[in-house]
Design a protein around this ligand. Structure first.
Ligand SMILES: N[C@@H](CCC(=O)N[C@@H](CS)C(=O)NCC(=O)O)C(=O)O
Length: 222
């Protein structure tokens, strides 16, 4: 049995939650107050970041990409990181797109300002950052639409880690009600398909104390 140290609106934790669920690997969640810098947690991951995945036998894994690559090797089916070198390269390109580019252009600006700022009582959110996040998310929705006009799933003809990573990031922004789905039909159709998967259901029941999700967050018909 595995324990996943996480935070509710961390896209990196959500990526691992979706990946483990698709692989049918059992795990329990443990909320880690990363900002407390607990000594026991720093001993597990000196970077002080979630996600961390810990096994009952004491094995510890940190960093979302290191975790999913480890699980892919241990539990090869269903294959989620590509069956050959070319597929793997495309999956990893898109994972990097969302984990780096989307994270810097959208997640940091919206989750960072609206949620982390509030939890840590860091003062008034930066309205310029929030405006930039709202503007940038549209470009990413367009890119998802561009891919969906050419492919069945983001990286090709099968669901992969690219879809799970993208959905993990969009779901954090969707919790805040900040994804303009109605103006991006192709991206919306892709997200509806991911949203209806059993692996996604636990994310839709997430409810951060004191911060309710946007009204359509858990709706299949959004
Ligand atoms: N590259 C890491 C990034 C993880 C990360 O940035 N985690 C954030 C939450 S989204 C965190 O734990 N931040 C706490 C801190 O930096 O103090 C991964 O993929 O796991």
């Amino acid at each position: 049995m595995w324990t996943l140290y996480h935070q509710w609106l961390s896209p990196f934790c959500r990526k691992v939650r979706l990946f483990l669920a698709e692989k049918k690997v059992d795990f329990e969640l443990r909320l880690e107050p990363v900002w407390d810098r607990r000594a026991e947690f720093l001993a597990l991951n000196p970077a002080g970041e979630v996600p961390v995945l810990e096994n009952i036998d004491g094995a510890t894994l940190a960093d979302s990409q290191a975790i999913v690559e480890f699980i892919e090797e241990e539990v090869p089916e269903p294959s989620l990181i590509g069956r050959d070198a070319a597929e793997r390269a495309e999956v990893r390109r898109l994972v990097a797109w969302f984990d780096r580019k989307f994270n810097a252009e959208v997640t940091d600006n919206l989750v960072g300002e609206k949620v982390v700022n509030r939890l840590l009582r860091m003062g008034t959110p930066d309205s310029r950052a929030i405006r930039a996040g709202h503007l940038n998310v549209r470009h990413h929705l367009e890119y998802v639409g561009f891919l969906m006009e050419r492919r069945t799933w983001l990286a090709g003809d099968r669901l992969t880690l690219a879809d799970l990573t993208a959905a993990a990031h969009f779901s954090c922004i969707d919790y805040l009600g900040d994804v303009p789905w109605e103006a991006h039909e192709e991206a919306k159709t892709w997200y509806a398909r991911i949203k209806s998967r059993p692996s996604f259901r636990p994310l839709l029941s997430d409810h951060i104390p004191g911060m309710a999700p946007a009204s359509n967050y858990a709706d299949m018909d959004f």
